[in-house]
Design a protein around this ligand. Structure first.
Ligand SMILES: C[S@@+](CC[C@H](N)C(=O)[O-])C[C@H]1O[C@@H](n2cnc3c(N)ncnc32)[C@H](O)[C@@H]1O
Length: 277
């Protein structure tokens, strides 16, 4: 990210969720705030992009990752978890839609992006739920444990972490600092998405991924970190995650849109859920 500028990719991801509410009528991921939270200009850009076939794969991936995360969160809440942490929240609206009256939601994001989101919420006079806490921090420079503790997070009680569309933009050191913190508390769970390195993807997927990587780099938010399941899973187990669910592109498509021939994302995207033992 540019140090003082709000994330541009956060607007892009939110645009895909907004378009999904219209084009697929929220079939994979329903979000009644997805359109309201965007400015008219961003909505118009998202809708015109969605009119063509180009953005469909990414739109499906972004819808599927929200659904995967919130379904897993529902399971955690049913088992007693009372804290959710949305890491790199961007224009994610779960905190506004939170259906669990005793679930506290911590929205962690880069200060510039969070300030911008708060301006949008105020401009739309969207009421902030009492269960929402904002935590501004830079994952590359600050400590998640300290920032959460300063905002009322109980690190001795289980929490569910949603980390969508963020990991590829961070350094390995920042990623593992967060994962180490999450792994330290039994029954903590985290859902995140990651991309496989380009050389691990089939040739057509590699070309699509190269084009996508060039677009985000041009926005000042280059991809910094890739993983393969073969190396990531042992690293997660070494940290203390003893339950790992990892969906590749084919499994995501089979689970969330079996009738469609669309392959989500640019070909090497994964959704992962890990639970600390
Ligand atoms: C592609 S957006 C995803 C936003 C949201 N999770 C979603 O799925 O729509 C990336 C998010 O990561 C955040 N981010 C990127 N680098 C960060 C950093 N070093 N510290 C804190 N947040 C960061 C950005 O502010 C932005 O909100």
């Amino acid at each position: 990210m540019q140090p003082r500028e709000p994330s541009r990719t956060a607007r892009g991801a939110a645009g895909h969720r907004a378009a999904h509410q219209i084009v697929e009528r929220g079939a994979i991921f329903r979000d009644e705030f997805a359109r309201r939270i965007l400015s008219e200009e961003d909505l118009a850009a998202a809708d015109s992009r969605a009119a063509g076939p180009a953005g469909k794969a990414l739109r499906f991936f972004i819808a599927a990752r929200g659904r995967f995360a919130e379904d897993a969160l529902a399971g955690a809440v049913a088992s007693g978890t009372r804290q959710a942490v949305v890491l790199g929240a961007g224009f994610d609206t779960f905190a506004l839609r939170n259906p669990y009256p005793d679930l506290t939601v911590f929205e962690v994001d880069h200060p510039a992006t969070q300030a911008w989101k708060r301006e949008r919420l105020a401009a739309e006079t969207i009421a902030l739920p009492d269960t929402l806490r904002f935590v501004a921090m830079d994952f590359e420079r600050e400590n998640l444990a300290e920032r959460l503790a300063a905002n009322g997070f109980a690190s001795d009680a289980p929490a569910f972490f949603l980390w969508l569309g963020v990991v590829p933009y961070l350094t390995r050191a920042a990623i593992f600092a967060v994962l180490r913190f999450v792994a330290a508390q039994k029954d903590n769970q985290i859902v995140f998405d990651y991309g496989e390195p380009l050389h691990a993807r089939p040739i057509l997927a590699r070309l699509r991924a190269l084009a996508f990587a060039a677009r985000v780099a041009a926005l000042g938010e280059p991809f910094l970190t890739f993983f393969t399941p073969a190396t990531l899973h042992p690293e997660l187990r070494a940290l203390g995650f003893d339950e790992i669910e990892d969906l590749d592109v084919a499994s995501i498509a089979a689970r969330y849109f079996p009738q469609s021939r669309v392959r989500p994302g640019s070909g090497g995207g994964h959704l992962i859920r890990a639970r600390a033992g």
